[in-house]
Design a protein around this ligand. Structure first.
Ligand code: GLU
Length: 458
């Protein structure tokens, strides 16, 4: 797919971007999600390169596209029946110009190098937008924790960390959770790191438990942050969340705390989903019940519908975007909201869409939403709250301090407002007022590019 620049720029500038993209396609064939993430960023950068010829001369785009380091490793482990499994582990240390590499670990059968690179590439700009001094990285494995016992998950995590520990550390690379990696996995990973290195190095991993170096409000941060970002977008349009009908996809950590914050702000959240289908709950999602089903029973959203009674119905298969909403918050996984879903959301009068997941909206869907003047918050801005509170966790660890929930939540709110304003003002400065995609890409890129320029040919 050739680049379709979002903003006008001279042909020679666009040619630089086009060549960079072509090189990625040739050098990294078969990495569709990575290509998509690169495509989306490059489409925004024309005017920046035109205004600052030094960036092109220094081959900044070419350098940013190439990860600093890519690590792949074998993860052997034994299941409860004694059978041996061999998974593949990844850590892509993408860009460290602004701070230690920072980004989550994803355990999911779909994980491959292209997925980890797409996530790591997004993470560079997301982390830059937080302004908190963190570089970009991502990792994970094609291991599937679903249906595995706690003991199996522990053995897998121990094997994974036995290799990963030589590459990470509080000043080097700081992993955290993502899909399939929650409190349980972080505990096993931290325990193994401590055992192997004989170091109490709290800041080497974030999302830790509260008794052993975790931060208040880290669990809630991604979902809360996305709703805070949405509230800021609405505020610019003279609206708020009170009384709005909201659809949320997914039912993991991001979805649960998106629902919690949206409900606190007076919204009526009526859906959740998983790979089996979705639930519509006309009375509004009962969050205590959902938390119980997901976090205690490790169950499915269909179990929620069974337990909830008459107000909720489970739709097998199907997509949650068929349900009319004022605001849609995709919080499951990449490319879950496509062009036809976007067109239907628009027909049903959606006003705002903000990405709690990473790249859940396809490029065609983003265009449909923006052309219909729907406020669209891209993940690298809207879901930056999780990694932002991870950076606050690192700060507390460095000071051996523990801040209160309200202090962290207030800081999170300040950070999300600042990210929103940075994106808004950057887009405005480049003649694309209201386009948060352009604003996030340019603002994130400029911060990383300036740090790289200052540090010489790196
Ligand atoms: N996985 C989360 C993200 O996509 C959080 C990363 C972190 O806290 O380091 O941003």
């Amino acid at each position: 797919m050739p680049l379709a620049p979002r903003l006008p720029a001279p042909p020679e500038t666009l040619a630089v971007l086009e060549e960079s993209y072509e090189r990625v396609l040739q050098r990294d064939p078969g990495e569709a999600e990575f290509h998509q993430a690169v495509h989306e960023v490059l489409e925004s950068l024309g005017p920046v390169l035109a205004a600052r010829p030094g960036l092109a001369a220094a081959k900044l785009v070419e350098r940013v596209l190439e990860p600093e380091r890519q690590i792949m490793f074998r993860v052997p482990w034994q299941d409860d029946d004694g059978e041996i499994h061999v998974n593949r582990g990844f850590r892509v240390e993408y860009n460290g110009a602004l701070g230690p590499y920072k980004g989550g670990l994803r355990f999911h059968p779909t994980v491959n190098l292209g997925i980890v690179k797409f996530l790591g590439f997004e993470q560079i700009f997301k982390n830059a937008l937080t302004g908190l001094g963190i570089g970009g990285g991502k990792g994970g494995s094609d291991f599937d924790p679903h249906g595995r016992s706690d003991e199996e998950v522990m053995r897998f995590c121990q094997s994974f960390m036995t290799e990963l520990q030589r590459h990470v550390g509080e000043h080097t690379d700081v992993p955290a959770g993502d899909i399939g990696v929650g409190a349980r996995e972080i505990g096993y990973l931290f325990g193994q790191y401590r055992r192997v290195t004989n170091r109490w190095e709290a800041g080497m991993l974030t999302g830790k438990g509260m008794l052993w170096g975790g931060s208040a409000c880290r669990t809630e941060a991604t979902g809360y942050g996305n709703v805070m970002f949405t509230a800021e977008m609405l505020r610019r349009r003279g609206e708020d969340l009170d009384g709005q009908q909201v659809t949320v996809s997914g039912s993991g950590n991001v979805a649960i705390y998106t629902i919690e914050k949206a409900q606190q702000l007076g919204a009526n959240v009526i859906t959740v989903s998983d790979s089996g289908g979705y639930v519509v709950d006309e009375k509004g999602i009962d969050l205590d019940l959902l938390k119980h089903v997901k976090e205690v029973d490790r169950g499915r959203v269909s179990d929620y519908a069974d337990l909830r009674g008459a107000s909720a119905r489970f739709v097998s298969g199907g997509r949650v975007w068929d349900v009319p909403a004022d605001i849609a918050l995709p919080s499951a996984t990449q490319n879950e909201l496509d062009a036809s879903a976007a067109a239907l959301l628009v027909r049903n009068g959606v006003k705002a869409v903000a990405e709690g997941a990473n790249m859940p909206t396809t490029p065609e869907a983003v265009r449909i939403l923006q052309e219909a003047d729907v406020a669209f918050g891209p993940g690298k801005a809207a879901n930056a709250g999780g990694v932002a509170v991870s950076a606050l966790e690192m700060r507390q660890n460095a000071a051996r301090a523990a801040w209160s929930f309200s202090r962290v939540e207030e800081e999170l709110s300040t950070i999300m407002t600042s990210i929103h304003d940075t994106c808004y003002e950057t887009a405005e400065r480049y003649g694309a007022a209201g386009d948060y995609v352009v604003g996030a890409n340019i603002a994130g890129f400029e911060r990383v590019a300036d740090a790289m320029l200052a540090q010489g040919l790196i």
